[in-house]
Ligand binder design. Structure first.
Ligand code: FES
Length: 82
């Protein structure tokens, strides 16, 4: 999967059943995060490639990202890989 966070490009192998954040960290990617609860927004990433690997956004993502969801943004701490 291809993601961008603050102009930083990240390449992540999708791991089924893992959070996007955990998959990224496990693969040594420097994905910034803070609360892990879906409230701070620090872990926001834009999915450029491979969005179909993720479950649909949960309520926390909808509340935090609103319209940005339609532009491919997700919260890495809430996005589960399917
Ligand atoms: S780490 Fe705070 S919203 Fe994801």
């Amino acid at each position: 999967m291809g993601l961008v966070q603050n102009q930083n490009k990240l390449e992540i192998q999708p791991i089924k059943g893992k959070l996007l954040l955990d998959a990224a960290l496990q693969q040594g990617q420097d994905l910034k995060f803070k609360c892990r609860k879906g409230t701070c927004g620090v872990c926001t990433v834009k999915i450029e490639e491979g969005a179909s690997h993720l479950h649909p956004p949960n309520d926390k993502e909808k509340k935090k990202l609103k319209m940005a969801l339609n532009q491919g943004y997700r919260l890495a701490c809430q996005s589960m890989i399917q």
